[in-house]
Write a protein that binds this ligand. Sequence first.
Ligand code: SF4
Length: 272
Amino acid sequence: MTELPLIDERAHLRADCASCAGLCCVAPAFAASADFAIDKPAATPCPNLRADFRCGIHAQLRDRGFPGCTVFDCFGAGQRITQQTFGGRTWREAPELARAQFAVLPVMRQLQEMLWYLAEAAERPAAAPLQGEVTAARRRTEQLTAGSADDLEGMDVGAWRAEVGDLLLRVSELVRGRSRGPDRRNADLIGADLRRRKVRNAGLRGAYLIGADLRGLDLGTADLLGADLRAADVRGADLSGCLFLTQPQVEAAVGDAATRIPAVLRRPAHWS
Ligand code: SF4
């Protein structure tokens, strides 16, 4: 029997830099820090951005002092703005479009990120009772991404994000079910040793887990939406069932060959 190719349902929610005009390398400002080797004003191309919109130091970002670039993900916003909202025209060939292209980047990124979470919600069997609402929210969010530049700039994306966030919280409660762990929403767990604390199936959305010790833990279905995992030590940990884990979060954490992550995410190169 011929094996059918797997369809990546989230393909349009992954950055496709070849179809983008380097928006994330131009629009935001950087401050020289542990994340960026240089100061860069907003709306100014990074000196490492090549004429073909590729990064000239892509393979050496961490070694050259730009780890902040490795933990950023636009969730496909860059190519959507470039190809769909502006029909393939770029800020370089049409500088009069630059202001609007840069202004819609944070809006589109939030919408694409919401679509990522909603796609996961749709894949969770335990959230079946909410599938009607999840489908409606996905449709509405897709409609919003199809708006004009003016529509996107004028949108109250924060209000829509709050509505989607409430829905995702109900999804989380269903998925974590009766065996759900403690609610540590927005908790300050910076540098905490969590190896003897209850974190399995916990509510950790928005928690500050910077530098926290999670080595060897099985987090079950812990809700990690928006949790800050910078330098969190997840060596040997099992994150494969965690809710709402994203590529930027795993890129920011410190894992190893034994760390388990959801199949939809890529294993960070620096974990090897
Ligand atoms: S270093 Fe590379 S990825 Fe980072 S902003 Fe500059 S061009 Fe973009």
